[in-house]
Design a protein around this ligand. Structure first.
Ligand SMILES: Nc1ncnc2c1ncn2[C@@H]1O[C@H](COP(=O)(O)OP(=O)(O)O)[C@@H](O)[C@H]1O
Ligand code: SF4
Ligand SMILES: [Mg+2]
Length: 339
């Protein structure tokens, strides 16, 4: 970690979803750090709490029962768990924190023009005043996301855009307010490979230009390897391993990370998706007291079921929560890039 304060520091974030049948411990005491200009990938099977982590940061939890019950989310030093909803809406959500959602194509309303929608953040956050100023600002954003003939295309409706262009328009909408933090929840999952690559290049350009911090949630370990600086591996509401991307891919210390990586045939493949690991993650309504991966772990020992393992620093900035993790285990990280 750099000496300077990180852009984002998440401490002991704990989010529950209170349901009639029980309390879902969707995010169970996680810590994260992100520097300006850095990309953090969050990977893990479906249901591990990735989306709930992001929705907690944005304070967009399910209205029926979703609540942050402990922890802090410090963005540029402000604890977002403590600001009023009005301040959250005015100054943070959609302004200093942008989100690109899982299904970008539904993020565009078919009855409004692209220009109206990309212009939304400018009007809502009073970043440009007057029709002409908003048009100029929107044109600049559409150019930035590489939409050809931006000055005329902004009067188009979403159905007149190709899938890839709509995706870029959604990213344009997200970056229009020059956010500090962009949260992208599986933004490439519905896209073909060519468009994914374009998307990744676009993210990188934007980051270079603005120093944006990015949290990228993805099922695609190939995308994560090529885009992220650091990786956090989530399992059953907790982060089980975190470290520089190269260390995670070349020297995973946690058996769950090892299983995830082993489930990919070839890391270099463009579509290196998570394949199934034997067994199911535990219920988050009543998670086991010990290591949550124990029931599926080939290396489990009696004590794994008894107590949750501590975070072990296996190398600089590389941690794993496993009783088998040893300092030094994550050191052999020199060599070629991960993927
Ligand atoms: N709206 C909801 N109501 C109740 N439980 C939910 C809701 N959304 C997600 N969950 C539960 O919260 C946990 C974390 O889910 P989520 O963050 O969506 O996982 P991921 O994004 O990693 O697939 C899961 O156990 C899931 O079933
Ligand atoms: S703590 Fe035990 S069960 Fe959990 S991952 Fe490590 S070895 Fe496997
Ligand atoms: Mg999700």
């Amino acid at each position: 970690m750099p000496d300077t304060a990180p852009l984002l520091r998440v401490e002991n974030l704990t989010t529950h979803i209170f349901l009639k049948r029980g309390v879902v411990r969707a995010v169970d005491g996680i810590d994260l750090e992100l520097a300006a200009g850095e990309t953090l990938g969050i990977i893990g099977e479906s249901g591990s709490g990735k989306t709930m982590t992001c929705l907690s940061i944005l304070r967009l939890l399910p209205k029926a029962g979703g609540r942050i019950v402990a922890g802090r989310v410090l963005l540029d030093g402000t604890d977002l768990t403590q600001v009023s909803e009005a301040e959250m809406a005015r100054d943070w959500r959609g302004r200093r924190i942008a989100m690109v959602s899982q299904d970008p194509l539904t993020a565009l309303n078919p009855v409004f023009t692209i220009g109206d929608q990309v212009g939304g953040p400018f009007r809502y956050h009073h970043l440009a005043r007057g029709r002409a100023a908003v048009r100029t600002a929107v044109t600049a954003v559409l150019r930035r996301v590489r939409i050809p003939s931006a000055e005329t295309r902004l009067d188009d409706y979403p159905h007149q855009f190709s899938g890839g262009m709509r995706q870029r328009a959604v990213i344009g909408m997200a970056i229009a307010s020059v956010p500090r933090l962009l949260i992208a929840d599986e933004p490439t999952s519905n896209l073909d490979v060519t468009i994914q690559v374009q998307m990744i290049e676009l993210f990188r350009d934007i980051q270079r230009e603005t120093g944006l911090g990015i949290i990228l949630i993805t099922h695609d370990l190939g995308v994560a390897a090529s885009l992220c600086d650091r990786i956090a591996v989530m399992y059953a509401g907790r982060i089980v391993e975190t470290g520089p991307v190269r260390a995670i891919y070349r020297n995973p210390a946690h058996p769950y990370t090892q299983a995830l990586l082993a489930a990919i045939p070839h890391l270099g493949q463009k579509r290196a998706r998570l394949l199934a690991i034997q067994g199911q993650p535990p219920s988050l309504i009543d998670p086991p007291a010990g290591c949550r991966f124990a029931a599926r772990c080939a290396q489990a020992m009696p004590r794994c079921a008894e107590a949750y393992p501590p975070d072990v620093a296996v190398a600089t900035d590389h941690f794993a929560a496993c009783w088998l993790a040893q300092p030094g285990q994550g050191n052999a990280v020199q060599g070629t890039a991960a993927a």
